[in-house]
Design a protein around this ligand. Structure first.
Ligand code: ATP
Ligand code: MG
Length: 581
């Protein structure tokens, strides 16, 4: 069975059980500034888990491309990937745990034909917050699991959430599979034996954790099942290494061909290259470009780590070639296909950027690291700053030599540098106000509205000003964002700004402590550089920004705002020129 067949069987099975298929969402979350990438299916439907009715009903299913940045360092083993596909099914206040466990089991044993003897399960063992999950245990016993194949574990392993301090949460129950053929299936399930592989996980959201830290029964009980396509495929095909399965093998073969080396002798390097190039292709196709912040930084890190592993194999200018089979394997991802040209271009560009400094950087690293127990923060920062070595990569290289990196020292240097560039940007902003004429003052207020509108339309609370220059004719605003804005987005931004102008809002000027400004949600850089008091300009609850002024008294003075140009300013920074008509 291959990935496409598995996905089809899964979706068909759950659709037959009255689930509606929801879309496979972008890797860049739309409404969630708390996480960089979509890491599971459930993350794309959080409002509905919280009780909002879903237009498609109470039973949902899909396959979701998922990226887990927390697993990047694990990549190199046989079963953790940066990007993988997750099959998921959900009950939003409909069926409950017995039925959920039964459905998962039916799918594994009847539809996929996994023998019962190879399965084991974990349940929540209970603690002072929530009782032991005997309902799930009972269900497993009825389905034919012997008692010895059911393990009870604590919160760290078998309890999910809440995602924040409060909210929905509950126990989870996982099914495991004995993957070895060379060793007989043990009679007793030992969760610490790595040959038991987790196939899937039913999260049973039955509680709400409240402000007082109490776990109350939830009105809408939710089931969230997630299973990894790669691991299930490997299981079904009796393989012991994910990279032998259909969604990996052609990539590994391509690396073997390009490097003229064998997978057998170079597993770790080849796995990392295959994994990182595949993940990068999907991430670029979802609109990210390499940069030094957020999603763009993760992408940069992935490509550069792959390039260094390539160096170990003795290859360069290879990322494009290795990406080729990714498009063949995932020909069912139309978005990926559509962006093929751009993916290839970005991979190649980032690889070449890094190749320009890699060799020299490696020489420096070797010099810094020789005869030392620890690489200094300063040296690590120099490698980052001048040679483009992501800190995680420097750490990995140090580890290979058996030495440490002074991460605290690195962070300190990094922080100082950020301060310097911020101060520089602010200096520019002040002198950026060419004069205090009426026209520039108006454009200055319009720039605040523009900033607030960008954060809303581009759904990114991390957007900040990277520079500004205002003349009586036009305002120029640079801000961190990684791609071209669409025509629709520009229009939405203009509309939002003009709506505020039309409602004749007063511009409120207040003095407060930086702490108060922060609590108020004012835009600013809170790193201790402000004095005792700051000056904050606000336009009702729409915009609030630390700023020295000057501003108009009322937005009605502004007229009509228009974006004249939106273009790239530098890597990861966009520039908007706007006018008032
Ligand atoms: P693990 O402990 O192995 O990292 P997990 O507990 O993080 O897994 P879940 O959050 O329960 O996994 O995700 C659901 C399913 O997704 C897992 O059962 C597994 O099949 C799959 N999965 C999770 N992380 C990865 C990964 N990095 N690569 C491949 N598959 C994964
Ligand atoms: Mg994990």
């Amino acid at each position: 069975m291959d990935r496409k067949q598995l996905i089809k069987k899964y979706l068909d099975f759950f659709k037959e059980k009255e689930h509606k298929e929801i879309s496979n969402a972008s890797l860049v979350p739309e409404n969630d500034p708390t996480t960089l990438f979509t890491g599971s299916g459930v993350e794309t439907i959080i409002p509905y888990v919280l009780g909002q009715p879903h237009p498609l009903g109470k039973r949902l299913t899909n396959v979701q491309r998922s990226v887990r940045t927390g697993d990047i360092e694990e990549v190199g083993d046989s079963y953790h990937h940066t990007l993988f596909e997750m099959i998921g099914n959900w009950s939003l206040g409909d069926y409950w745990k017995q039925e959920a466990v039964k459905m998962t089991h039916e799918f594994f044993t009847k539809i996929l034909g996994i023998p019962q003897e190879r399965l084991a399960a974990t349940c929540f063992k209970g603690d002072e917050d929530a009782p032991k999950d005997i309902e799930s245990e009972q269900t497993y016993l009825k389905l034919g699991f012997p008692k010895e194949k059911i393990a009870f574990l604590g919160k760290e392993d078998n309890f999910w959430g809440p995602a924040g301090k409060t909210g929905p949460c509950g126990p989870n129950t996982e099914m495991f599979y004995w993957k070895l053929n060379s060793i007989p299936i043990p009679k007793v399930f030992d969760v610490n034996d790595e040959n038991w592989l987790e196939l899937g996980n039913n999260v049973l959201m039955q509680y709400i954790k409240n402000e007082k830290g109490e776990f109350k029964e939830q009105e809408q009980k939710t089931i969230d099942f997630g299973g990894g396509v790669e691991r299930i495929i490997v299981t079904l095909n009796g393989l012991e290494d994910n990279y032998e399965a259909d969604m990996w093998k052609p990539i590994i073969e391509k690396i073997e061909k390009v490097s003229n080396k064998k997978y057998e002798d170079n597993k770790r390097a080849m796995r990392i290259i295959a994994d990182h190039i595949k993940a990068s292709a999907f991430i670029i196709a979802d609109g990210v470009t390499p940069s030094n912040t957020d999603q763009g930084y993760i992408l940069r890190r992935l490509i550069r780590r792959a390039v260094r592993q390539g160096k170990i194999l003795g290859i360069k200018n290879f990322t494009k070639k290795i990406a080729e089979p990714v498009f063949e394997i995932y020909d069912d991802y139309l978005g990926l296909q559509e962006h093929k040209e751009n993916v290839m271009k970005e991979l190649d560009k980032e690889e070449n950027n890094f190749l320009a400094t890699l060799e020299k950087g490696l020489t420096k690293f070797n010099k810094f690291a020789s005869d030392k127990k620890e690489l200094s923060g300063e040296d690590a920062f120099l490698l980052y700053q001048s040679y483009g070595f992501p800190i995680e990569m420097t750490e990995e290289m140090a580890k290979e030599k058996g030495i440490k990196v002074d991460i605290k020292g690195f962070n300190k240097k990094f922080g100082e540098h950020q301060d310097l560039s911020r101060t520089a940007a602010e200096g520019k902003f002040k002198s950026g106000l060419a004069d205090d004429s009426e026209a520039t003052t108006k454009l200055h207020t319009a720039t605040h509205l523009l900033m607030a509108a960008l954060r809303i339309v581009l759904k990114d609370e991390h957007i900040v000003q990277k520079g500004s220059n205002i003349t009586p004719e036009r305002a120029r605003l640079d801000f961190n964002f990684d791609r071209k804005m669409t025509g629709e987005e520009k229009k939405q931004v203009e509309d939002l700004v003009n709506a505020r102008i039309q409602c004749s809002c007063e511009i409120i000027h207040e003095e407060m402590t930086p702490q108060e400004a922060k609590e108020k949600g004012a835009i600013g850089v809170f790193d201790g550089k402000y004095g005792d008091k700051v000056s904050v300009y606000s336009v009702d609850d729409f915009s609030s920004e630390i700023c020295a002024g000057p501003h108009v008294k009322n937005t009605c003075e502004l007229g009509h705002f228009k974006i004249k140009k939106e273009e790239s300013s530098s890597s990861g920074v966009r520039r908007i020129k706007g006018v008032l008509e």
